[in-house]
Design a binder for this molecule. Structure first.
Ligand SMILES: Cc1cc2nc3c(=O)[nH]c(=O)nc-3n(C[C@H](O)[C@H](O)[C@H](O)COP(=O)(O)O)c2cc1C
Length: 255
């Protein structure tokens, strides 16, 4: 644990040296720093567990270590869960305490998200709500910090994006809408044309995300015009791809 902030900082420095325009610390979706924030996973009884002030300690150390490594002019963002959407997980009240604490750090942008990839929980990329998922929380966060705020999750229409901007959100994050139309930010600057979202009947857990993952692959290979709307076929293709690459990953892990 004591080496972790320096590891994050080293990675950020490498990203900077390689020419990236900024880095984002992932403290959402159930990854390590998100687990530290979550009372469901963090059962420590030292200075890093217990009340939220302790559970956020490692995160704040990581942020400051990155800053001292990359300097003041390199953008450092942070992705935070508004809620883990898990019983006993990080809730909105604690998440707002984290936002308030981040306000006193050198972070350049806070990206608000939610959910986790743990089995049995809902991942934001697999949800099918009818509007931005975490807008209410983001408005509460707006009251807590002057830092630029980004909101990601559930944006489907230009009207929703404009509404969020009017409510004090600085940046709208798009994932699936962008997969459906990679030119969308440009389109939305001048036209009120929204992407057509596919509707899947009873998708399996993870199926929607798998479908979008495969479509991203298709875009990368310039073949998104082909027939890709069949969810079951895409999930099968996704799983077949995993059967090939997981053994490769496993062979490359070290003890
Ligand atoms: C194919 C796909 C891959 C994703 N990969 C990541 C990822 O690597 N890291 C991450 O933080 N979120 C990832 N997400 C989640 C998105 O960042 C976002 O939180 C979620 O999809 C909700 O936003 P949306 O409604 O605009 O899709 C992914 C989403 C999709 C659809």
């Amino acid at each position: 644990m004591r080496t972790l902030p320096a590891e994050f900082a080293r990675t950020a420095r490498l990203a900077k040296e390689l020419g990236f325009g900024g880095v984002q610390v992932h403290a959402a979706h159930g990854f390590l720093l998100s687990q530290f924030l979550s009372p469901l996973f963090n059962k420590r009884d030292d200075a890093y567990g217990g009340p939220i002030e302790n559970r956020m300690r490692l995160l704040l150390e990581v942020v400051e270590e990155i800053r001292s490594e990359v300097g003041t002019r390199f953008p450092v963002a942070l992705k935070l869960n508004s809620t883990d959407q898990l019983e006993g997980g990080l809730g909105e009240e604690d998440a707002l305490s984290v936002i308030a604490a981040l306000d006193g750090t050198s972070i350049d942008l806070i990206d608000i998200s939610g959910g986790t990839y743990f089995p049995g929980a809902r991942a934001a990329s697999d949800s099918d709500g009818s509007g931005p998922y975490f807008l209410k929380f983001a408005e509460a966060a707006r009251e807590m910090t002057g830092k630029p705020l980004m909101l990601t999750g559930g944006f489907k229409t230009r009207d929703q994006a404009i509404d969020a901007l009017n409510r004090g959100i600085d940046i709208v994050g798009l994932a699936r809408a962008l997969v459906l139309d990679p030119a969308l930010p440009k389109v939305w600057k001048s036209e009120a044309v929204d992407p057509h979202f596919p509707r899947f009947q009873n998708p399996p857990d993870g199926g929607v995300t798998a479908w979008y993952t495969m479509r991203l692959l298709d875009i990368g290979h310039d073949r998104e015009g082909e027939n890709t709307w069949d969810l079951r076929a895409q999930v099968q293709a996704y799983e077949a791809r995993d059967r090939v690459r997981v053994p490769v990953w496993n062979a490359n892990t070290w003890e």
